[in-house]
Design a protein around this ligand. Structure first.
Ligand SMILES: Cc1ncc(COP(=O)(O)O)c(C=O)c1O
Length: 438
């Protein structure tokens, strides 16, 4: 008989550090173990079925096991999974990215989203000749040293042991506020890089103030700083060309991962030619060729490239975004009406194919804009867990906290079933006094 999640975790505890491969997958008393997934759904080893709003940590805009991606992977696997040589698919893949992401005049493939921001920051430091980076409170750019400080509160302390003090000293953390950015840049001429999660923290659970990204573009230009948009989540999701194509705000460098690889491991940095030239072994910059060293055994791996090409060819048509966005809009509307019907204090919001739920006071015109990060993040843990676990017991899996993403595979029946699960869960939370009255 197949093992249960509980049995697997008991074994995993003795084999994997912490029992998991990513600390966020840890759960007490045990995490769920998934055996397979298709479209909008995934199945637990012990038979539980979930409508999935995590979708491979937001990497599967086309849904699980999409026909074209599966075919591309199978075909490439049979032709060889890795050559450690250049190959035609990486050229095709980079061409698709160039065609979609406005800032990507040149592309370099990397091993993950973390590597994408690490490389983008290295290029930015090399180009500007200045050590310090400016970043925003609570924005996530991966787990490497350069972006540790500021990832989570308290924002003036490293989130981990083992971080070099020099890296902390090279990081300036500010709230997402244009005036604070202007002040920081004026006060410290060593800041040569600005990096921003362009959705706002946690794929938009804390939305950015209106106009911030335009202000960053202007301030970066005024101070000769290199502007990096972290589009690991928003790339190919906010629109086929990411946030930058949708809003026509063009950064110097862009970090990408998740959707760009068709949900396979990997990522990419795209950027304007003058910055990306620093990676060119034939180009001299400040006496070096290449100016910025970058390696990585599996960069642009053919298997990953095959999945990336298949995904981006679909995304280029606009159809996956249209369907995923429509599913999320229907879900957000439904969740909002349920909250209103039960007169619960809270809000439902989110852009493109994302949704976020907030329980608490301070909502003005249905918007969380007046609340600020501390309030949005301050929803009591008990409330967050009651929602997450209540939905999970009813066959609905969120991505994080009280948020999730849809894919083109989420259909009306999925949304209706999710809304029933939500209403049922909410009734229980009201009965337990875990949410307040509007
Ligand atoms: C905005 C953002 N940047 C960077 C990363 C890091 O990507 P990875 O987990 O592939 O290293 C993530 C991961 O969720 C992310 O959301």
């Amino acid at each position: 008989m197949a093992q249960t999640s509980e049995q697997l975790f008991a074994q995993a505890r003795g084999r994997l550090a912490g029992g998991v491969s990513h600390e966020s997958r840890f759960a007490d008393p045990f995490p769920k173990y998934i055996s397979h997934a298709k479209g909008s759904r995934k199945w637990e080893v012990d038979g539980g079925e979930y409508i999935d709003y995590a979708m491979g940590s937001a990497s599967l805009l086309l849904g699980h096991a999409h026909r074209d991606v599966v075919a591309a992977l199978s075909e490439q696997a049979a032709r060889g999974s890795f050559f450690a040589d250049c190959h035609p698919l990486e050229v095709e893949w980079a061409g698709l990215i160039q065609g979609l992401i406005p800032s990507a005049e040149r592309v370099r493939f990397v091993g993950s989203g973390t590597e994408a921001t690490m490389l983008a920051i290295r290029i930015a430091r090399a180009f500007s000749g200045r050590d310090k980076i400016l970043r925003f409170e609570g924005h996530y750019h991966g787990w490497h040293e350069f972006v540790d400080l500021g990832m989570k509160a308290p924002y003036d302390e490293a989130s981990s042991l083992g971080i070099l003090p020099g890296t902390l000293a090279a990081t300036v953390v500010v709230p997402p506020d244009a005036a604070r950015v202007a002040e920081a840049l004026a006060a410290d001429s060593e800041i040569g890089t600005i990096i921003c999660e362009v959705s706002g923290a946690n794929y938009g659970s804390v939305p950015l103030p209106f106009g911030l990204l335009e202000a960053l573009r202007q301030l970066a230009d005024e101070h000769d700083a290199v502007l990096i948009f972290d589009e690991v989540i928003t790339g190919f999701r906010w629109s086929p060309g990411g946030l930058q194509a949708r809003d026509n705000i063009i950064p110097d460098l862009t970090s990408m991962a998740k959707i760009v690889t068709g949900g396979m491991p990997g990522g990419a940095v795209g950027g304007q030619e003058k910055f990306m030239a620093l990676l060119d072994p034939a180009h001299e910059f400040r006496g070096r060729k290449p100016a910025v060293t970058h390696k990585g055994t599996f960069n642009g791996n053919p298997l990953v490239a095959a999945a990336g090409v298949a995904a981006l060819q679909a995304i280029k048509t606009g159809e996956p975004n249209r369907l995923a966005d429509a599913a999320a809009a229907r879900l957000r509307d439904g969740l909002r009406s349920i909250i209103e019907r039960h007169q619960v204090a809270g809000a439902v919001y989110g852009e493109a194919s994302t949704f976020h739920i907030y329980f608490g006071d301070g909502i003005v015109d249905g918007s969380v804009a007046q609340l600020g990060a501390a309030a949005i993040r301050g929803v009591p843990k008990q409330t967050v867990m009651a929602l997450r676990n209540g939905l999970r017991q009813r066959g609905v899996d969120l991505m994080s906290h009280m948020s999730g993403v849809t894919s083109m595979a989420h259909n009306d029946a999925d949304i209706d079933q999710t809304l029933d699960a939500f209403e049922d869960t909410l009734r229980g939370m009201i009965a337990q006094g875990l949410v307040g009255n509007a």
